[in-house]
Write a protein that binds this ligand. Structure first.
Ligand code: ATP
Length: 233
């Protein structure tokens, strides 16, 4: 579904991503782990065409480097950004409706809304609440719910655990598991390596703009380098 070849990202003279290659197959859930500043967020932003990059990005059998980001949303590539980016002054229901702004099929939208409320019952309870007053975890669920409107083919998730209390992190990851169980293809960026590897089938480790390890989650969880650098062992 996604193949990235020699991706490079520069901010002025700074090289943030230095030529990485990776792939995500349909129905896979794959993670990109690594320390602060490794280049994970930049990579996701480049995939969603929010920032320029060099190298090849193949999505659904097509090169997408030249496409604008709104075009990609229509083609089923959705990003849940770090910091969530929800509309604080709009209600939960209005935020979800914004996730379907590019669609015209009213019946399909209503069906997806029901599906999302089924996966995220908290959002149904809070449908009329102003999003800015939701708890951090609820806001994260709303950001995921909004990206799911339209049932994307590929969901890019940036640091869904960021800033959340452990119990809320567990709830957000339950949602990710549920979405994955419905067959969604997911690329997950996480600093919480243990959580990410527990939910993903494969992972890539990024360090200073490069992929330094690529393996199954089980192998990465057992790797002494991963254990000492990312699992605090
Ligand atoms: P974190 O887990 O802390 O979010 P990350 O792995 O997602 O880290 P990036 O946010 O992709 O890392 O940042 C990679 C590098 O690029 C960092 O050194 C960062 O300072 C730099 N960088 C990111 N955005 C910009 C920008 N807009 N201008 C200049 N440098 C940037």
């Amino acid at each position: 579904m996604l193949a990235v070849v020699n991706l490079q990202i520069h901010y002025g003279g700074i090289s943030a991503v230095k030529g990485i290659s990776f792939a995500v197959e349909q129905n896979e859930i794959v993670c990109l782990i690594g320390a602060n500043g490794a280049g994970k967020t930049s990579t996701l932003k480049a995939l969603a065409r929010m920032i320029p990059s060099r190298g090849e990005i193949h999505y659904g059998g097509e090169r997408i480097e030249a496409l604008p980001s709104h075009e990609l949303i229509g083609r089923g590539l959705a990003l849940v950004p770090e910091g969530r980016g929800i509309f604080a002054r709009l209600t939960v229901a209005e935020n979800l409706a914004m996730g379907a702004y590019h669609r015209r099929d009213k019946a399909g939208i209503a069906g997806d809304l029901e599906r999302i409320y089924g996966l995220l019952p908290r959002l149904r309870e809070r449908a009329a609440q102003v999003a800015g007053t939701l708890s951090g975890g609820e806001q994260q669920m709303l950001a995921i719910g909004r990206a799911l409107m339209g049932w994307p083919k590929l969901l890019l998730l940036d640091e869904p655990s960021m800033g959340l209390a452990p119990l809320m992190v567990e709830k957000v990851f339950e949602v990710i598991r549920a979405v994955a169980a419905e067959g969604m293809t997911i690329l997950l960026v996480e600093q919480n390596a243990r959580l990410a590897l527990e939910v993903c089938s494969r992972g890539y480790v990024m360090e200073s703009g490069l992929i330094t390890l690529a393996d199954s989650s089980a192998a990465l969880l057992a790797d002494p380098r991963v254990r000492s650098a990312y699992l605090g062992e």
